[in-house]
Design a protein around this ligand. Structure first.
Ligand SMILES: Nc1ncnc2c1ncn2[C@@H]1O[C@H](COP(=O)(O)OP(=O)(O)OP(=O)(O)O)[C@@H](O)[C@H]1O
Length: 343
């Protein structure tokens, strides 16, 4: 991409210092988010997706956590170097965040209108009357029916999907340039999930903002992402545009994630399963961090960590053996154990 990045994360390391030892939650992450795009961040639980986003917001609980190394460049500033006062201006103004469970972010004792109005008054400096008008307008934009009425309701009076729409309205009320969405649809049923993703896609178009979508769900990634960073054990292991990722996954981990879910559009009737689980960030293995689960791991994979390198222009992969995986794919073979036949 030739445009200048809105966010550039370089060799970011965020560690937690616990009684058990040093948790290397994010251990050298690199990616960029361009204006107007959605970058999907995908990986199993514990890969460091959320800690990466909390690091961008500088919301890592300290102690025990701290940004150990790296840069987060945003609009010519390195966010890792800003004071808390400077960060407060950026949070909620330039960068907003929505989470999986809106009830934890919405205050149950205030109406949704009050909460959106507070955000608007804080960030735009308008009076209550104008803030209320804008709050109703925002509720309408995020697809809440009868917004004039709903604005005076309390969070518990709304469904889960509606509450997530309110969170999106609050997050967008200050026209952020970046919206970080951490598993925003995980708690919702599939039809509501699809509606929320569709809403986010259309708002991205109309607001021209960038979105960082964090999820463990490849279906969500396919639905909303322009480009994708696949994370494993605190690092990005594959990074490319969404179509290329699904057509030509080059990392054995990405390949495993894709072949462990059913595909409706492909004539595949058997699923594969990645054995084992993500290694503890207290004690990563030597060499490639995926070597404890990778059927292709051999020699060098156990000694030297592979770099994130260009396999083709714009398609990066962190694997010593991705070329061998290509040959295996060409032969139509599997690399993981068969998980069984689909019904
Ligand atoms: N405050 C903390 N103290 C100690 N360890 C932490 C803390 N927060 C996160 N971690 C650890 O950092 C690692 C990465 O966590 P993170 O929440 O980023 O993973 P994730 O990929 O977002 O997974 P999930 O989808 O389950 O949230 C995990 O092993 C987690 O236990």
């Amino acid at each position: 991409m030739s445009k200048e990045a809105l966010v550039e994360v370089k060799n970011l390391k965020t560690y937690f210092y616990t009684e058990e030892g040093v948790v290397k939650a994010v251990d050298g992450v690199d990616y960029e988010i361009y204006p107007g795009e959605t970058l999907g961040i995908v990986g199993e639980s514990g890969c460091g997706k959320s800690v990466t986003s909390l690091s961008i917001m500088r919301l890592v609980e300290s102690p025990p956590g701290r940004i150990e190394a790296g840069e987060i460049n945003f609009q010519g500033k390195d966010l890792t170097k800003l004071s808390e006062k400077e960060m407060r201006k950026i949070r909620g103004n330039d960068i907003s965040m929505i989470f999986q469970e809106p009830m934890t972010s919405l205050n149950p004792v205030y109406t949704v209108g009050d909460q959106i109005m507070e955000a608007i008054m804080l960030h735009k400096g308008v009076d209550r009357k104008e803030a209320r008008r804008q709050a109703v307008d925002m509720l309408q934009k995020v697809g809440i029916p009868l917004p004039e009425q709903r604005v005076d309701e309390y969070p518990h009076q709304l469904s889960g999907g509606m509450r997530q729409r309110v969170m999106i309205a609050m997050a967008l009320s200050c026209d952020p340039q970046l919206l970080i969405a951490d598993e925003p649809t995980t708690a919702l049923d599939v039809t509501i999930q699809a509606q929320i993703l569709e809403l986010m896609n259309s708002l991205k178009e109309s607001y021209g903002m960038s979105i960082m979508m964090i999820t463990h769900d490849l279906g969500v990634i396919a639905e909303v992402s322009d480009r994708v960073a696949v994370m494993y054990a605190g690092k990005v292991v594959e990074y490319t545009d969404v179509d290329t990722l699904f057509e030509d996954p080059k990392h054995p981990y990405t390949w495993g994630l894709m072949n462990s879910i059913p595909k409706l559009d492909k004539d595949v009737d058997r699923l594969e399963a990645i054995p084992g689980s993500v290694p503890s960030p207290l004690n990563f293995p030597e060499g490639c961090k995926f070597n404890t689960r990778c059927p292709l791991a051999e020699g060098k994979c156990f000694d030297v960590e592979p770099p994130l390198e260009n396999a083709t222009e714009g398609h990066k992969v962190r694997c010593w053996r991705y070329k061998d995986l290509e040959k295996i794919k060409e032969r139509g073979e599997r690399i993981y154990e068969d998980r069984g036949v689909l019904d």
